[in-house]
Write a protein that binds this ligand. Structure first.
Ligand code: PMP
Ligand code: GLN
Length: 386
């Protein structure tokens, strides 16, 4: 499993962050904000540490956070979630994803994912001994062919993984697209694992639709999210999921042997944050949206690249085919030397040799979750590409 090209090779995010460190480049690779989290969430964490909340919390999670997740789903999406039976706190969304896949998939089972994918999905499918079936998301709008989706399901399918909003493309799935996936899952009797970590970072007035709110979805959906993106605390690693009680219990059975529990003092702080007034959520999103505009303008208007403007999230994708004949991986490995900037090749999130890999050969993902002066400095450096 672990080799240079295998799915358990070092992740592209670690490779590119190390490259940024070695070359002292501006890191627009990994999706890690360099901005301060809201002051209120920091104060709540300090207060929790001072109050002595520093030992193992309950395995399912701090009851305050379980209740806050339930209240958050009700407040934003009118979803009724039982905090005791249906919610689990995890060590980031990362653990929620891993534990869900390991709980559901056995050797020989199949899991449907969209391509390009967040690299954890194929890695965990492989760890479970299962097989992935991929559905391409095609430029310019990263839509999928409903017939290809239908054909990806078989009697061996145990789950489909949705990432909405989507990393790396910045796509927001429409309710109609989500319903196609729900219907396919229902026909196959498959679970839906829905990774919604960018749920509060939709731009231009778009509204997030959790797949669990759609007809026929609730009883087969595991909804996963985390505090990292919403509150710019990616290093805290506090995530959560909610799922029908039996699935939650099975996933917790896996979680107990992965991490046992998750960061004690951060849990009450995140509980507080989930109850923040709307203006704090809006301010985080609006600030990010302005930085999306900045980087999009630079890549499109200054450098002349074809840019796929994201509808949500941390990343904008640009086709570097106009400025290089290399593939995006070679290009990204050379970019620090060329201009002191690091970015991520989308082909690192595709299956090598697939048609999708070929079609995304020159697509590069740039993170804009950085301070404006940092983005401006990166913009100045990127002018060398012209
Ligand atoms: N899912 C997606 C799509 C992501 O981009 C990330 C990256 N941060 C994660 C999951 C992991 O989230 P966390 O940091 O909360 O583990
Ligand atoms: N989610 C982040 C990204 O896509 C990185 C997380 C990680 O390093 N695994 O850049």
């Amino acid at each position: 499993l672990v080799n240079d090209r295998g799915v358990l090779a070092p992740t592209i995010f670690a490779e590119m962050s190390a490259l940024a460190g070695r070359t002292n480049s501006i890191n627009l690779g990994q999706g890690a904000p360099d901005t301060d989290p809201p002051a209120e969430i920091l104060q709540a964490a300090h207060a929790a540490i001072d109050a002595g909340i520093n030992q193992y919390p309950p395995g399912q999670g701090n009851p305050e956070l379980l209740r806050a997740v339930s209240a958050h789903q009700k407040r934003f999406y009118d979803l009724d979630v039982d905090p005791e039976a249906e919610v689990l706190v995890t060590t980031g969304a990362t653990e929620g994803i891993a534990a869900s896949i390991l709980a559901l998939a056995s050797p020989g089972d199949e899991v449907v994912i969209f391509e390009p994918f967040y690299d954890e999905y194929p890695a965990c499918i492989e760890m479970a001994g299962a097989v992935r079936r991929t559905v391409p998301l095609s430029t310019p709008d990263f839509s999928f062919d409903p017939e290809v989706l239908a054909a990806a399901f078989s009697e061996k399918t145990v789950a489909v993984i949705i990432n909405n909003p989507h990393n790396p493309t910045g796509k927001v799935f429409t309710p109609a697209e989500l319903q196609l996936i729900v219907d396919a899952a229902n026909r196959a009797g498959a679970w839906i694992i829905s990774d919604e970590v960018y749920e509060h970072l939709l731009f231009d007035g778009r509204i997030h639709t959790p797949v669990a709110t759609l007809p026929g979805a609730r009883n087969r959906t595991i909804t996963i999210s985390s505090a990292g993106k919403t509150f710019s605390v990616t290093g805290w690693k506090i995530g959560w999921l909610h799922a029908p009680a039996e699935a939650r219990a099975a996933i917790q059975a896996i979680k107990q042997f992965l991490t046992y529990v998750s960061g004690a003092p951060f849990q009450p702080a995140v509980a507080r944050a989930l109850d923040f007034p709307q203006r704090i959520f809006d301010a985080e999103r609006d600030s990010l949206s302005a930085r999306r505009d900045l980087l999009t303008r630079v890549l499109r208007d200054d450098i002349g690249l074809e840019v796929y403007e994201p509808q949500a999230g941390y990343f904008v994708n640009a086709d570097v085919g106009a400025v290089t004949s290399d593939d995006a991986l070679t290009f990204c490995r050379a970019l620090p030397e060329l201009c002191g900037v690091v970015a991520v090749p989308v082909i690192a999130l595709c299956t090598p040799g697939s048609a999708q890999y070929e079609s995304m050969r020159t697509l590069v993902r740039f993170a804009f979750c950085k301070q404006v002066p940092v983005l401006e400095q990166a913009a100045a450096r990127l002018q060398k590409l012209r």
